[in-house]
Every structure is written in C-alpha cells, then in structure tokens.
Design a protein around this ligand. Structure first.
Ligand code: FES
Length: 102
C-alpha cells in the first residue's frame, strides 16, 4: 500500500499496488468524471500529478494520444483511468477545477 494525496481537498488514502487512480478515487467516494468508464477515450478523468510521478505506471500510447487531444494538458497531466499506482512511492495529485476532454 502507498499513500495517495488528493488536492485541493488534501485528503490522503492508502492505495494497493496495481490500482488505477480512477478506481482509488471512486473507492474513496471522490467525485471524478469518467465518461468513457476508463477506456482512455473521453479525457474527462484528466488530473495533474504534483508529486511522485515515478510511483505511477508509464504513459502508454493510448493515453498519450488522448492527452494530446484534450484541453489544459501540461507535463503533469495523466488520465486517472490509465495511471496505475506501482506501490513504490507516494503520489500527490490535483483534481482539475475545469472540465477536460469531451
Ligand atoms: S474515464 Fe475516459 S479517459 Fe479516463
């Protein structure tokens, strides 16, 4: 288990290795859009990773292509449905205050 801190709420939860950020957030009853149900097709689960990028799975082609097509993308951007906690280090993410994707 590693720690996931969710900003701006500042909530911290323990997440098992292999869990996607989306599953972790929904499991903690944190509202995050996920219109395509985790298929990397909508971009609505776009979040920023503030700390611990190495504690997450690498960005695969499908995620990269979707990120290229959505609004407000930065070097910190990930799709919560595609980023998996590796269990190697704690991660801090920021939920966006604007809607992203389709
Ligand atoms: S839920 Fe649609 S891209 Fe993540």
């Amino acid at each position: 288990m590693t720690t996931l801190t969710i900003m701006p709420e500042g909530k911290t939860i323990e997440v098992a290795e292999g869990t996607t950020l989306l599953a972790a957030l929904l499991g903690a009853e944190i509202a995050i859009p996920h219109k395509c149900e985790g298929q990397a097709k909508c971009g609505s689960c776009h979040i920023y990773v503030q700390e611990g990028r190495k504690g997450l799975s690498k960005i695969a082609k499908l995620e990269n292509e979707k990120l290229d097509a959505i609004v407000g993308v930065s070097s910190k951007s990930r799709l919560a449905c595609q980023a998996t906690m590796l269990g190697t280090e704690s991660v801090k993410i920021e939920l966006l205050g604007f809607s992203s994707g389709l």
